[in-house]
Design a binder for this molecule. Sequence first.
Ligand code: NAD
Length: 288
Amino acid sequence: MAMIIDGKAVAQRIRDGLKAEVAKLQKERGITPGLAAVLVGENPASKVYVNMKAKACEEAGIYSEKIYLPADTPQERLVNLVHELNQNKKIHGILIQLPLPPPLDEHTVLQEVDPDKDVDGFHPVNLGKLLSAKFWNELPPFVPCTPAGCIKLIESTGTEIEGVNAVVVGRSVIVGKPAAMLLLAKQATVTVAHSRTKNLKEICRQADILVVAAGKARLVTAGMIKPGAVVIDVGVNRMSDGKLVGDVDFEAAKEVAGSITPVPGGVGPMTIAMLLSNTVASAKRSAG
Ligand code: NAD
């Protein structure tokens, strides 16, 4: 039976550490880290995420602003807002909650965020630096939060990443690709599988570390997992009965894996912890 990786507990430890760090920054240097979260439109899941992020900021002593804009906001207005936030001295991190409602163009809007306040790590400058980093110590100041959280969870198990076979299922810019880059920077041998991959089962079974971010409920079954592997399930899928499940068939997979994240309570809490961590790091950087 696998060890269940408690993402909530790992995230809480990080958040407790950040809270202490923020208190110290305020006391010794008069700096309060600040995060602006911009939400366009009425997507209910996005609203929940933005509220969770703002609440987490509050708990850690981080100043936060939630900015709500209507779904029909013209792109120019959104870009102007981003420019204002770039100049705002109270704000060290800018988060544009995705997806943006059409016809807004995410790529264009994300490019306008100051790379030094890009706490989501989605600006092309930071993504480019992630691509060019050969080793972990060459990574840009901000890397995407969800994959960064995946690495922390793998490390929390004490598993050696260097030299092992890691398979990432999914190639999105938000999760799959940066997860692959981070695992490479940790010196794993990385394979990326995606929707057109043939023999997904055989590829997954090679994985000492398996990161799954496909957005397909229970895509990965127990028979696709190498006995003893570390399985990180990024997927969040809501079933017709309202239950949340991951991309891995958790109940069966936990009998084969060495360690495995649950959904919920695995990767999700880590995404928020890494966002706070990036915001605090940004405040420290801006203070020199
Ligand atoms: P996405 O839809 O952008 O990408 C999904 C990827 O999976 C694609 O690259 C696609 O090629 C691949 N894929 C789809 N079907 C496949 C199949 N049958 N076999 C192999 N590969 C397949 O999604 P995303 O934004 O990367 O998110 C993936 C999942 O992770 C979603 O469930 C999302 O809700 C979840 N997610 C969770 C968090 C968190 O904090 N917990 C954060 C981001 C995303």
